[in-house]
Write a protein that binds this ligand. Structure first.
Ligand SMILES: *Cc1c(COP(=O)(O)O)cnc(C)c1O
Length: 403
C-alpha cells in the first residue's frame, strides 16, 4: 500500500528558475477589468513605478519598460547602443552568456567570447587582458551576465568593472540581471554599470511579459551617437514620454503594471530591499548546506564550488545520469514539486544530460516553502535508491534558524 500511495495532491510548487513563485496579492491585483489607458489611475500608477524600479536597481539613471521577456531585453539593449559591425566582448560561456552573444551575432555584431567553462566564474584578469589587447578600441561593449541561470554562477561585477578601468578601455559595461534582480545584490551606479537589463518574472515576482532597461548618461550618449534606432526598441521615448503611450510604444501592459505595483510595494516598501536580499542569501545557503550533506554519501554536488561565485536566486546541481531526470520526474509525479532541468550542461542526445537539476529559489519564497522542496528531494533520493548522505534537512534547517 505505502509504496503506491501518491502524495502529490496539494498545492503544486514550481521550483524552477523562472517564472518564479508569485505572491497571491500580485495575482489578485491583476484580476480586474481593463482600465482606461488614456487618463486616470493607470497613468498615475505607471509613473509611480519608476522610482521604485530605480530603488531596486540602486540607480539614479533612466529606465525604459517594454512588453517582452528577457530575450526582448537583450535585443533592446543592443539595439540602442550598438550598430552592425561593432564588436562586443562576452566573458562567459554558460547558456545565458551564449544566448546574449547569439542575439548580438544575429544583429550583425562581432562577438569575442571568453570561455571559462560551465563551472567557473568570469576571471576579471582575462577581461582586462582582452581589453588591453584591443588597443584601437574596436570593442564597444562588454556583455556580462550577473547570474548565469544555467550554471548558477554569479559574476563579481565590481571586479569586472575594476578590470575594465585598469585596462583604461572606454567600452560600455552592460549587465544581464534577468535572473537575479531582487535576489542578488545589484548596485548599478556604485558598480559603474552603464546598461542593466532585467525581466519581471524572476526576482520581481510578476508573470512573464515585461522587461526593463536601466541606463546611465554614458549609455545615453552612445544612443545619441547612433544614426538610427528602430522605433519600437528605442529607449528614449519610453524613458522620456511626452504622451503616456510612448512609455510602452503602444498599449500599456495594463495588468502586468498592476501586478508590478504590488510586487514593488512588497519589495521596496514592506519587506525592504535589504531584507529581501538577505532572505534570498539565507535560503540559498540552506540549499547549499543540504546539497553538501547529500554529497557526503553520493555523487551529488553543487555546480559552483566557490560560495562567493554562487547566486542566491538559483542553484545548479550535478548528480550524475540518469539520477537528475529520474529525480525530477519523481518529484513532479509523486511529491508535487517541479525542479528545473539542467541547461547547457550536455547536449540533449547525450545520456549525460540526465545528470543535472536546478532549484529555483527566487521570488516569493520562505523557509517553509524551501524546506518543503528540500524535504521532497530527500524523499525522492530515498524512494529512488539514489546514494546520498544523511542530515541534509537538519543542515538546511540550521541555516534557516540562523545557526
Ligand atoms: C531567464 C533569463 C533570460 C531569458 O529570459 P526569457 O524571459 O526566457 O527570455 C536571460 N538571462 C538570464 C540570466 C535569465 O535568467
Amino acid at each position: 500500500m505505502s509504496n503506491s500511495t501518491n502524495l502529490s495532491h496539494g498545492r503544486h510548487t514550481l521550483a524552477i528558475p523562472g517564472p518564479s513563485v508569485m505572491p497571491e496579492r500580485v495575482l489578485q491585483a491583476m484580476h480586474r477589468p481593463a482600465p482606461n489607458i488614456y487618463t486616470g489611475e493607470l497613468v498615475d500608477m505607471t509613473y509611480s513605478l519608476i522610482p521604485d524600479l530605480r530603488a531596486v536597481a540602486r540607480t539614479n539613471g533612466q529606465v525604459a519598460m517594454y512588453i517582452g521577456n528577457g530575450h526582448a531585453a537583450w535585443e533592446a539593449s543592443l539595439a540602442n547602443v550598438l550598430s552592425e559591425g561593432d564588436k562586443v566582448l562576452v566573458p562567459g560561456a554558460a547558456q545565458f552568456s551564449l544566448g546574449w552573444a547569439e542575439t548580438a551575432r544575429k544583429r550583425g555584431l562581432v562577438v569575442e567570447q571568453l570561455d571559462f567553462g560551465r563551472r567557473a566564474p568570469i576571471d576579471p584578469q582575462a577581461v582586462e587582458d582582452a581589453l588591453r589587447a584591443d588597443a584601437d578600441h574596436k570593442i564597444k561593449a562588454v556583455l556580462v551576465v550577473q547570474t548565469d541561470t544555467a550554471s548558477s554562477g554569479r559574476s563579481d561585477l565590481p571586479a569586472i568593472r575594476a578590470a575594465m578601468d585598469a585596462a583604461g578601455h572606454p567600452a560600455l559595461m552592460m549587465v544581464d540581471s534577468i535572473a537575479c534582480l531582487g535576489c542578488d545584490d545589484m548596485q548599478m551606479d556604485a558598480w559603474g554599470i552603464d546598461v542593466m537589463v532585467t525581466g519581471c518574472q524572476k526576482g520581481l515576482m510578476v508573470p512573464p511579459g515585461m522587461c526593463f532597461i536601466f541606463f546611465n548618461d554614458k549609455a545615453q550618449a552612445a544612443r545619441q551617437n547612433k544614426e538610427r534606432v528602430s522605433g519600437y526598441w528605442d529607449w528614449h521615448p519610453r524613458a522620456n514620454p511626452e504622451m503616456y503611450y510612448h512609455m510602452s510604444c503602444g498599449t500599456a501592459p495594463t495588468h502586468h503594471l498592476y501586478g508590478l505595483r504590488v510586487a514593488l510595494d512588497m519589495i521596496v516598501h514592506e519587506e525592504g530591499l535589504s531584507n529581501v536580499l538577505s532572505r534570498h542569501e539565507t535560503l540559498a545557503r540552506a540549499v547549499w548546506a543540504a546539497c553538501d550533506a547529500w554529497g557526503e554519501g553520493g555523487s551529488l554536488e553543487l555546480n559552483m564550488n566557490d560560495p562567493a561565485a554562487r547566486s542566491h536566486a538559483v542553484t545548479s546541481v550535478r548528480i550524475g545520469a540518469p539520477y537528475g531526470t529520474d529525480l525530477r520526474n519523481w518529484l513532479t509525479e509523486q511529491a508535487g514539486v517541479t525542479l528545473g532541468i539542467g541547461l547547457g550542461m550536455a547536449t540533449a542526445d547525450d545520456p549525460a544530460s540526465d545528470g543535472f537539476f536546478r532549484i529555483g529559489h527566487m521570488g516569493h519564497v520562505n523557509t517553509h516553502m524551501l524546506l518543503g522542496t528540500l524535504g521532497s528531494i530527500d524523499a525522492g533520493l530515498k524512494a529512488l535508491g539514489i546514494p546520498h548522505g544523511e542530515g541534509a534537512l537538519a543542515a538546511a534547517a540550521s541555516v534557516c534558524a540562523g545557526q
